[in-house]
Design a protein around this ligand. Structure first.
Ligand code: NAD
Ligand code: DAU
Length: 374
């Protein structure tokens, strides 16, 4: 565990031992949006535990790094001793666990990083959380919560006419990423059933919105389009994803934290199923509206498909709607326009994350895919 100097306060005794939450992976896409939303709407402090891998961008949290309610610990969730020390220092009343290796294509190139972080890391974090939970008095232990953030990809793939995924869907992961997330979900479930620890699991669809690392479909297409680069659609582009605006995902997690039942699974979706081709064409139209003068669709190319590519994901989120009163507030048209505008207005953020490592990854992932113009 190491401090982060000017990127955030590694330790501030003034917030230790107050009622607070612990977030892992808070310098990534969803975690950073969650922390910014949390500090804007709650008084309760938050400690962010992040290893700062390639996917992290501490600059995203620069605005809160001087906030007295925010603390940062650079640490690896696989390091159980470091995790135990952090729990002992901050005594969190809840954990929101985002930290993971999250990109499917990277898991195809290097599955063991995913096994390590997602399976071993979640196991190690659960162990540290259990030691902390066991040390609490009866009331505090009963109120303690561990929210494990997972993905719809653990349920595999759907045919065009199959019913949507629900809390009753079978686990059928198809990629090293989704298999490692499935492993972490099973560990989380086991800590509830074996030890009675108040764990809840959320499985959501594809998030999009501000501050997403441009290796994923939507930000990659936006930044490539602006830079005049090819827009590489895998295969026929008719794979369907359900798109969830990131602030809606964050509000759903807050509902689960506040009122979810321990031991339960909650599926979270955006009510926005769409083929990838349509997503890319929508981005091209919005860029033509807000940055006119270019026909961005001319940059679209079809490239060799992803191995084992899941065809369709869709989410039935009626359980969280019925039991916790949550539903998404953005539709895809409003969410994607906000997203495109954010990337247009934050060119500096984009330039900073396109480091040497980013260039190496883009080269590795796309160089061997043959391309044909759309
Ligand atoms: P991300 O890749 O943007 O960020 C992951 C963060 O975790 C980074 O800040 C990274 O530094 C940190 N991290 C990685 N390994 C770590 C380790 N060993 N110890 C400590 N920190 C570590 O991920 P994201 O897109 O924000 O996803 C967050 C979570 O939500 C993940 O668990 C992911 O599986 C899940 N999820 C994501 C989506 C999506 O569309 N992005 C959808 C469903 C579920
Ligand atoms: O469903 C939830 C999951 O969504 C999360 O668990 C993952 O962490 C997240 O990365 C995301 O996984 P996907 O594989 O669906 O997202 P990605 O943005 O990588 O790809 C979305 C779709 O776009 C998918 O069908 C593959 C396709 N694609 C992706 C890229 C990067 C392309 O056609 N071209 C590309 O260059």
């Amino acid at each position: 565990m190491t401090g982060l100097g000017d990127l955030g306060r590694a330790s501030d005794s003034s917030i230790e031992s107050e009622r607070m939450i612990l977030v892992t992976g808070g310098c990534g896409f969803i975690g950073s949006n969650f922390i910014l939303d949390w500090l804007a709407t709650h008084t309760e402090p938050v400690v962010n535990v992040d290893l700062l891998t390639y996917a992290a961008n501490p600059e995203t949290l620069a605005s809160v790094s001087v906030d007295k309610r925010y603390a940062f610990e650079r640490a690896d969730i696989c390091d159980t001793a470091a995790m135990k020390a952090i729990f002992a220092k901050y005594l969190p009343r809840a954990v929101i666990h985002f930290a993971a290796e999250s990109h499917v294509d990277r898991s195809i190139h290097g599955p063991m990083d995913f096994v390590r972080t997602n399976v071993l890391g979640t196991g190690s974090l659960l162990e540290a959380a259990r030691a902390h939970w066991k040390s609490l008095g009866d009331d505090a232990a009963a109120q303690f919560r561990f929210v494990h953030v997972s993905t719809d990809e653990v349920f595999g793939t759907l045919g065009a006419n199959d019913p949507k995924f629900s809390e009753h869907s079978r686990y059928e992961p198809n990629s090293p990423y989704s298999a490692s997330k499935a492993g972490s979900d099973h560990l989380a479930r086991a800590y509830f059933h074996t030890y009675g620890m108040p764990v809840m699991v959320t499985n959501c669809s594809n998030n999009y919105g501000p501050r997403q690392f441009p290796e994923k479909l939507i930000p990659l297409m936006i930044v490539n389009a602006i830079a005049g680069k090819p827009l590489p659609i895998y295969g026929d582009g008719m794979q369907i994803r359900d798109w969830l605006y990131v602030s809606d995902h964050c509000s759903a997690i807050r509902r689960v934290l506040e009122s979810g039942a321990p031991g339960e699974l909650y599926l979270i979706g955006g009510d926005a199923e769409m083929p990838n081709r349509d997503v890319v064409h929508t981005i091209c139209s919005l860029l033509a509206k807000h940055r006119p003068g270019t026909d961005y669709t001319k940059q679209i190319t079809h490239v060799t498909d992803r191995p084992g590519h899941d065809r369709r994901y869709a989410i039935d989120f009626s359980k969280i709607e019925r039991e916790l009163g949550w539903r998404p507030s953005e539709n895809f048209a409003t969410g994607i326009e906000k997203t495109v505008l954010w990337y247009l207005q934050n060119a500096e953020w984009v330039a900073h994350v396109q480091s040497g490592e980013y260039k190496t990854w883009i080269e590795k992932n796309y160089k061997e895919r043959s391309a044909t113009p759309a």
